[in-house]
Design a protein. Structure first.
Length: 147
């Protein structure tokens, strides 16, 4: 009986109705979410597996310093460039790498030496992973050989 009187008092002040309305609203929202979820799952998303276009790598062996600007243009067009400076004059090779380093920095790209006088330059849409350097460190235990 006490519960009944308390319930009547709560009804008079409107507290009990709020709990019931809140519970009903919560149940309705849960029901609506359950109804919407299967519909979303059935639609699915169509994703193209061939979204990336074929990447062309530019291999260059600059003979004169003026050839460097075309290499920077390739980087601006988001093409990776491999620069072979093995046969180049050491002073010109240094100038080429300096110019390309500045261009790569401006384009947020990356530059890595992959061999003696051979450098890989990539634009910002590509990353370079160096497994060779890591393998040398692991096999020999001499980390300075991987530099």
């Amino acid at each position: 009986m006490a519960r009944g009187i308390m319930g009547k008092v709560m009804d008079i002040f409107g507290f009990d109705d709020e709990k019931d309305e809140a519970a009903e609203n919560l149940e309705q929202e849960e029901y609506q979410e359950e109804q919407l979820l299967p519909a979303r799952r059935n639609r699915g998303q169509v994703v193209s597996l061939h979204a990336q276009r074929q990447v062309r790598v530019v291999v260059a062996e600059p003979r004169v310093y003026d050839d460097v600007q075309t290499l920077a243009d390739h980087l601006k067009n988001r093409r990776p460039v491999i620069v072979n400076l093995e046969k180049a004059d050491p002073e010109m090779g240094r100038r080429v790498i300096d110019f390309l380093s500045g261009a790569i920095y401006a384009l947020n790209g990356s530059l890595q030496k992959v061999g003696s006088g051979i450098f890989l330059c990539v634009p910002s849409n590509m990353d370079i992973t160096s497994e060779i350097r890591d393998q040398i460190k692991e096999k020999t235990g001499l980390p300075w050989l991987g530099r």
